[in-house]
Structures are given as C-alpha cells and as structure tokens.
Design a binder for this molecule. Structure first.
Ligand SMILES: [Zn+2]
Length: 94
C-alpha cells in the first residue's frame, strides 16, 4: 500500500522567497509542490493495518523541487532549497 492508494495527487506551484547562499540576494521563486488530498475511502483491498494508517493520515503537500537557479543574472548559481520546508501539513478549513 503506498501513498497513491490513500491520496489524490495534484501538482501546485507556490511562490516562495529565498536568499541565494552564494550572492545573498533574496528573490521570489515558483516552487513546484504536490498536494496530496486524502481519498474519501480507504482502498478496497486495504487490510486492518492500512485502514488504521488511513484513519490517521492527513492532507499534506510535498515539495517536488530541490534545487533552484539564482535569479540574479550576475550569479545564476544553483542552490538547494532548505530541507526543513519539504513537507507541509494542511490544516483543514472549518
Ligand atoms: Zn545568487
């Protein structure tokens, strides 16, 4: 049983601000994410353990891009997006 059995996936782009570690210039970048929205039902072939996992799982977004190219034309170096921001849980709207 993998994530695709539990979630519907939808690509999304988020505009985020990062400072390039090479030239220190801050810029806005369009970062690709995958939104995983929990399916209304667990899959038919799910066993007891899968169902328990399904019940506990929540919608979340996972970052697709790892690297960005600096937008500063005098720099243009590639840098890694900080790892701490690779998964975001979505708080359900009330
Ligand atoms: Zn740079």
């Amino acid at each position: 049983m993998n994530e695709r059995d539990f979630f519907n996936e939808q690509p999304e782009t988020k505009r985020m601000t990062f400072a390039c570690p090479h030239c220190r210039e801050r810029g806005e970048y369009d970062v690709r994410w995958l939104r995983r929205t929990k399916k209304p039902q667990p899959p038919r072939h799910a066993n007891e353990q899968d169902r328990a996992r399904f019940a506990k799982s929540r919608d979340y977004m996972v970052r697709v891009d790892d690297m960005l190219a600096c937008r500063n034309i005098r720099c243009r170096k590639r840098f890694e997006i900080p790892n701490s921001q690779s998964v975001v849980f979505i708080v359900p709207a009330r």
